[in-house]
Design a protein around this ligand. Structure first.
Ligand SMILES: [Fe+2]
Length: 304
């Protein structure tokens, strides 16, 4: 074989190998991330928070469902679901079955765009052009998000889509504020705006998309910890470079993991955890350099 043909064959084989790895291996190689967050008042007992996001469940993903179900063995005191739970009309029951015993624990949730709009094929290059996601311009929900939300509420979970509320977890009284998905312009922060309660043991902000303009408002109102998802950790990351896009206003450096918001500034600003999430759109079923993940956050006393 001549050298140019050999180079072409090697490149094609490497591309095929990467595609198989991303679509078959890494997409099903679930990771549990663990973080310690020094956010509680001195002397408070630790609190375990399980953060789930972007499951994008479609029927038949039994491996993913059983992995989620197994997370109950972590014995979390609180479960936070930051949305994009389903990606199919028939996925509500499988998603609830995947949560299984987790639903018996205290929980809070918000929706993402994929809980209300069914997935459509998109040109992946649109992700590189901010604001061009076609979901931003859809208006008619066609997924059963109400059925999903009603089931989680019936289990005792707190719906914080543009709402505030209170949840008891462990021995803590937690004030929770949340917004619907800013990526599709359904966030209404004005409905929850106002100073948080200094008497609460923790002030928790919950949102699907970690949009800085929204997180600025949570920070100004005194929230201690913000939990978000949406980014899929970049979904396709370049070795040595990391995520190329975040699909929202946050910069790639904070595409997943534990940070602060704003990234620089007052030492008392809130902690921010962005989950890389557990799934993908069924039209882009691959992940590379960014394993699907759930996180166990152990909240501990602040370092004084
Ligand atoms: Fe998502």
């Amino acid at each position: 074989m001549q050298a140019p043909l050999r180079a072409l064959a090697v490149t094609a084989a490497a591309g095929a190998g990467a595609a198989v790895y991303a679509g078959v291996v890494e997409r099903n190689w679930f990771a549990l991330r663990r973080y310690e967050v020094p956010v509680l008042a001195p002397g408070t007992a630790p609190l375990r928070v399980l953060h789930l996001s972007d499951v994008h469940l479609t029927p038949g993903r039994h491996r993913l469902m059983s992995w989620i179900r197994s997370l109950d063995t972590l014995d979390p005191d609180l479960v936070v679901n930051t949305g994009d739970s389903i990606s199919h009309k028939q996925a509500v029951r499988p998603f609830l079955a995947a949560l299984g015993p987790l639903l018996e624990r205290p929980g809070v949730f918000v929706y993402g765009s994929n809980d209300i709009y069914s997935p459509i094929p998109k040109n992946p290059l649109l992700y590189l052009v901010k604001g061009n996601d076609p979901d931003r311009y859809r208006r008619v929900p066609d997924l059963p998000c109400n059925e999903l939300g009603e089931a989680m509420v019936a289990a005792g979970w707190l719906d914080v889509n543009n709402q505030r509320g209170r949840v008891k977890a462990g021995d803590l009284d937690i004030e929770v504020g949340g917004v619907h998905d800013s990526h599709i312009r359904r966030d209404r922060y004005d409905r929850i705006a106002g100073p948080t309660d200094p008497a609460a043991d923790l002030r928790l902000g919950v949102l699907h998309s970690p949009e800085p303009r929204v997180m600025d408002r949570f920070a100004a109102d005194g929230y201690d910890l913000l939990l978000a998802g949406h980014t899929h950790g970049g979904q396709v990351c370049v070795p040595g470079l990391g995520a190329l896009v975040t699909n929202c206003g946050i910069e790639p450096r904070r595409v997943r993991g534990l940070h602060r918001h704003p990234a620089q500034g007052d030492p008392g600003r809130p902690w921010l955890h962005v989950s890389g999430g557990l799934g993908t759109s069924p039209w882009t079923p691959f992940r590379f350099g960014c394993r699907p993940e759930a996180s166990l956050l152990t909240l501990v006393p602040r370092i004084s």
